[in-house]
Design a binder for this molecule. Structure first.
Ligand SMILES: Cc1cc2nc3c(=O)[nH]c(=O)nc-3n(C[C@H](O)[C@H](O)[C@H](O)COP(=O)(O)OP(=O)(O)OC[C@H]3O[C@@H](n4cnc5c(N)ncnc54)[C@H](O)[C@@H]3O)c2cc1C
Ligand SMILES: *[C@@H]1O[C@H](CO)[C@@H](O)[C@H](O)[C@H]1NC(C)=O
Ligand SMILES: *[C@@H]1O[C@H](CO)[C@@H](O)[C@H](O)[C@H]1NC(C)=O
Ligand SMILES: *[C@@H]1O[C@H](CO)[C@@H](O)[C@H](O)[C@H]1NC(C)=O
Ligand SMILES: *[C@@H]1O[C@H](CO)[C@@H](O)[C@H](O)[C@H]1NC(C)=O
Ligand SMILES: *[C@@H]1O[C@H](CO)[C@@H](O)[C@H](O)[C@H]1NC(C)=O
Ligand SMILES: *[C@@H]1O[C@H](CO)[C@@H](O)[C@H](O)[C@H]1NC(C)=O
Ligand SMILES: *[C@@H]1O[C@H](CO)[C@@H](O)[C@H](O)[C@H]1NC(C)=O
Ligand SMILES: *[C@@H]1O[C@H](CO)[C@@H](O)[C@H](O)[C@H]1NC(C)=O
Ligand SMILES: *[C@@H]1O[C@H](CO)[C@@H](O)[C@H](O)[C@H]1NC(C)=O
Ligand SMILES: *[C@@H]1O[C@H](CO)[C@@H](O)[C@H](O)[C@H]1NC(C)=O
Length: 769
């Protein structure tokens, strides 16, 4: 059941972005493999199976990679979680490889069961490394949630992962490594990928040659059949692309103003009232989904049916109604004045955010007592953290009562929830917008590019070719397009519309699907789209304290929650499950040696994502404090796309300025300094064998990601003060990407305040519909 759902989503993506695999003959060994050479890194992944009717549990596979690849891996079953993962890299002229397995988005560890045999055509030469292997006991395996397998008799969507960074210890097959720098999927008809028994046995024993290709009639790269019927392409005054925090505020306010609005979202429903239905057994009979239920937040990262993540963005991003707000931690901070200050890159015309903050607060004030009974649950980590902060002069406040107080303050975590359920922009702005006749909502539809004639946008090209026969939705004569596809999604649409740095647009030009949709080269618009992005670098400290109930680190909340808590939530939307995992937040200001002021933010919660210590500890007593560098962070990176049109960080934005690192380290040391003042408190990561400095120095960049990306279409650089894309007449951006530097806290409420102000400016701008 669960797997089926995943596969329904992926082929859809496949048709838009990814290639389909097919047969090829490896010239070195003559084996007929079924697979692809993915274009982004030039890595080949192939498989071939014994005859289907043998019900065999083995196959032969290969990975051929340019020598620059740090490591490469493949999941024939198509997802990282609970799947056979085959990982390899070169070392001293030989291939080092392993079968691995993961139950969360963390480093996969050794998988027992598979038996790997390297075949003789494996090699490392000056330009490439090549691993050719026989994998026995590799087609079916058991998992903690049932049995999983490679779909050997049907179509599947294998996943690949690639890293440009070398593993930690290349000589060790079980070496640790940091997260892949890129990944992707390809469609493969496994039912075709079988050869005769004699042929298979020859190759499996190291024999070569005699591979043949099947008759050319086999459908691998043929163009999809044309639409069988078309619907008329109705024009709109405003087309809003993406239903995250930016897009929902925008679509609601535009339709409220009487404009004829189309809201397009690539994903499907989320909260129960929007048609979402994905829920654990213990919520059956209610309308409460995974997305409604705050206490299921941590399961977003440990569920193998993770249809909500954007599969074509290499960092976490939500691709469903609500965007990130449907799957995030729900933290909800009314913005301080700093968030719109000219000192942090805003035009002066934006500084008075108060009327817009008031509009947001009127729709959703946020609450630090999310449970419907007004009580707080599982608060031990808040109490312990407060004891740690008080000796450093912190005071206790209700955070959203004084948004400008951000120096040495702490308070209970505040959430954008209503009635014990996730709300955010979905149960507020979307809820009112969807009732208006002036708003049409089109889910499960991807916008590929805007259609333009020079600087004038005439419509959007979608993945739904039934519309008008070519997928193009037009604008009315004075119509406008508003991109709200997020910090990665919006730049990709711009690149695919011929707007952005020429290296990115040239990647689009080279793509067989996207290239022909570009405007002529003389109409390309060179803007720094993707440059100057920012995200909060964040570092976790893990502690134990005898008072803590770690809540089993949230591991059982989906399949076997504590019965009393589950029943209380299902019946009354009260109790532990009415909170997401955070319990307390704090801020402090620092002045760096460059005289710039930077703030740190902290978030405390029960449980821990990762622990590194050889000392014994009591796992039922663990808690985490995540410390972020927030407003004032100066490091910048770059995001873009690869040759497969996947969106990814090109230059990581964390600690490119060494002073950012110094300040965050100072913040961590100041927290740690008061541990002796809290009786029973022990820090276990880093533990007593590691200094905080060494811990920070060794921290993997990918783990520093806070998923708070801003700045890829920064105001003043890519869009003007009215959020209009420079050098265009009627193209706007309203999402996190226009924000020029990091807001004070987790950004969703600040993004929505920004959108309130942006949509007011757009409506006031002459020339529109
Ligand atoms: C795991 C995680 C936890 C987080 N926790 C918090 C938190 O606790 N508090 C907080 O304030 N912030 C949090 N954030 C950050 C917050 O969710 C984001 O900053 C915010 O959602 C960004 O809003 P947006 O409107 O710019 O874009 P998004 O929320 O990314 O929305 C973009 C939307 O556009 C759609 N889309 C993209 N491309 C296309 C296309 N081509 N065609 C059609 N539709 C498209 C997407 O499906 C998506 O729905 C978290 C983020 C993540 C990933
Ligand atoms: C393979 O499985 C099918 C269905 O279970 C069975 O009918 C067939 O006999 C099996 N073949 C072999 C070679 O075991
Ligand atoms: C190295 O091996 C690859 C893959 O088989 C091959 O394409 C390439 O030509 C080889 N390079 C050299 C220098 O022999
Ligand atoms: C949009 O709404 C306004 C006011 O609600 C109404 O007057 C107008 O007819 C509507 N326009 C369309 C195209 O539906
Ligand atoms: C679920 O939602 C439907 C439609 O909104 C409603 O009719 C039904 O009463 C709800 N069920 C529960 C258990 O709340
Ligand atoms: C903050 O102070 C209030 C009032 O004194 C108190 O009820 C609350 O428990 C304190 N909160 C924390 C996190 O210490
Ligand atoms: C594009 O715009 C120009 C004027 O800027 C106009 O002359 C031309 O007809 C337009 N082309 C199309 C296809 O609409
Ligand atoms: C990048 O940001 C810096 C300041 O942080 C600014 O000086 C510069 O102009 C920005 N460049 C772009 C292309 O946005
Ligand atoms: C739900 O709330 C009611 C009213 O407070 C209470 O009587 C009942 O026991 C609660 N049910 C559960 C399962 O907690
Ligand atoms: C670290 O703490 C452990 C107890 O958890 C103790 O046994 C050990 O001696 C300590 N090591 C150092 C270097 O202090
Ligand atoms: C671990 O902590 C729990 C809860 O505080 C306690 O019941 C248990 O005895 C502890 N276990 C050990 C081995 O100390």
């Amino acid at each position: 059941m669960l797997r089926r759902l995943g596969l329904c989503i992926l082929p859809l993506l496949g048709s838009v972005f990814a290639q389909s695999g097919g047969p090829y003959i490896d010239p070195d060994n003559g084996v007929t493999f079924y697979g692809i050479t993915e274009p982004a890194h030039g890595v080949t992944y192939g498989f071939v199976f014994p005859p289907l009717d043998q019900n065999s549990t083995e196959f032969i596979g290969e990975i051929v990679a340019p020598i620059a690849a740090g490591w490469a891996g493949v999941a024939p079953g198509g997802s990282m979680l609970r799947n056979l993962l085959l990982v390899a890299w070169p070392n001293a002229g030989k291939i080092v490889r392993s079968a691995r397995y993961a139950t969360s988005y963390a480093l996969p560890t050794a998988m027992s069961g598979p038996v790997l045999t390297d075949l003789p055509s494996s090699k490392v030469n000056e330009t490439h490394w090549k691993w050719v292997y026989r994998c026995q006991n590799c087609v079916t395996w058991s998992t903690d949630t049932g049995t999983n397998s490679i779909p050997v008799s049907s179509t599947g969507v294998p996943a690949w992962a690639f890293s440009s960074r070398a593993v930690q210890t290349p000589s060790d097959a079980q070496s640790t490594f940091v997260q892949h720098t890129d990944f992707g999927f390809f469609g493969l008809d496994f039912s075709e990928a079988h050869v005769s028994d004699s042929q298979y046995q020859l190759w499996a024993s190291g024999g070569t040659g005699t591979g043949t290709l099947p008759p050319t009639s086999s459908p691998t790269t043929s163009t999809p059949a044309g639409p069988t019927s078309t619907v008329p392409a109705v024009p709109y005054d405003y087309i809003v692309v993406g239903s995250g925090p930016g897009g929902l505020v925008t679509a609601d306010r535009l339709s409220e103003a009487g404009k004829k609005v189309l809201l397009i979202e690539r994903g499907g429903p989320s909260l129960g009232f929007t048609g979402g239905s994905y829920q654990p057994d213990w919520l059956k009979g209610t309308n409460l989904t995974k997305f409604d239920t705050p206490g299921l937040f941590e399961t977003m990262f440990s569920d193998d049916n993770s249809f909500w993540w954007c599969k074509d963005i290499t960092v976490f991003a939500g691709c469903l109604l609500g965007g990130g707000s449907a799957i995030n931690g729900g933290l909800w901070w009314l913005p301080p004045d700093f968030d719109f200050s000219p000192n942090y890159g805003w035009p002066r015309s934006w500084a008075n955010h108060l009327p817009y903050s008031a509009k947001l607060k009127a729709r959703l004030p946020g609450t630090d007592t999310p449970s419907t009974d007004g009580k707080r649950y599982l608060m031990q980590s808040a109490d312990v953290t407060a004891q740690l902060l008080k000796p450093a002069g912190y005071t206790n406040i209700t955070i959203n009562n004084s948004p400008n107080s951000k120096n040495r303050v702490y308070g209970y975590s505040t959430f954008g929830f209503l009635g014990g359920k996730r709300a955010g922009p979905i149960a507020t702005y979307y809820k009112s917008a969807i009732t208006r006749k002036n708003l049409s909502y089109k889910p499960n539809t991807m916008v590929l590019n805007v259609v333009r004639n020079g600087s004038t946008i005439t419509g959007v090209k979608t993945s739904d070719n039934v519309i008008g026969g070519n997928g193009v939705i037009p604008l009315t004569p004075k119509g406008r397009v508003i991109l709200s596809a997020g910090s990665f999604g919006t730049p990709r649409i711009l690149f695919r519309s011929g707007i952005g740095p020429s290296d990115m647009v040239n990647l689009v030009k080279a793509d067989p699907v996207a290239g022909p949709l570009l405007p002529p080269q003389q109409q390309w618009i060179n803007l720094p789209v993707g440059h100057n992005v920012s995200d909060n670098p964040s570092i976790n400290l893990v502690f134990t304290h005898p008072s803590i109930d770690a809540y089993d680190n949230w591991a059982n909340v989906w399949s076997s929650p504590r019965p009393v808590d589950a029943e209380q939530y299902a019946t009354n939307q009260s109790g532990v499950f009415a909170h997401a995992s955070p319990r307390l937040n704090f801020w402090r200001a620092y002045t760096g040696r460059d005289k710039k002021v930077r703030y740190i933010q902290g978030t405390a919660r029960p449980g821990a994502a990762s622990i590194t210590t050889d000392n014994p500890f009591n796992a039922t007593q663990i808690m985490t404090i995540t410390v972020y560098l927030s407003t004032g962070v100066t490091s910048r990176g770059r995001i873009g796309i690869d040759a497969a049109m996947k969106a990814l960080p090109l230059v990581d934005p964390w600690f490119t300025d060494p002073i950012d690192k110094e300040v965050l380290l100072q913040g961590l040391n100041d927290i740690v300094a008061n541990i002796p003042k809290v009786s029973g408190l022990t820090m276990i990561t880093p533990d007593n064998t590691t200094t905080v400095k060494d811990y920070v120095d060794a921290y993997s960049p990918a783990s520093m990601n806070s998923n708070h990306w801003v700045g890829s279409c920064s105001i003043n650089h890519v869009v003007d003060q009215n959020t209009k894309v420079l050098s265009t007449n009627n193209l706007f951006v309203v999402d996190a990407s226009i924000i020029p530097s990091m807001p004070m806290g987790n950004p969703q409420a600040s993004i929505m305040v920004m959108a309130e102000q942006a949509v007011a400016k757009i409506l006031a701008l002459p020339g529109g519909a």
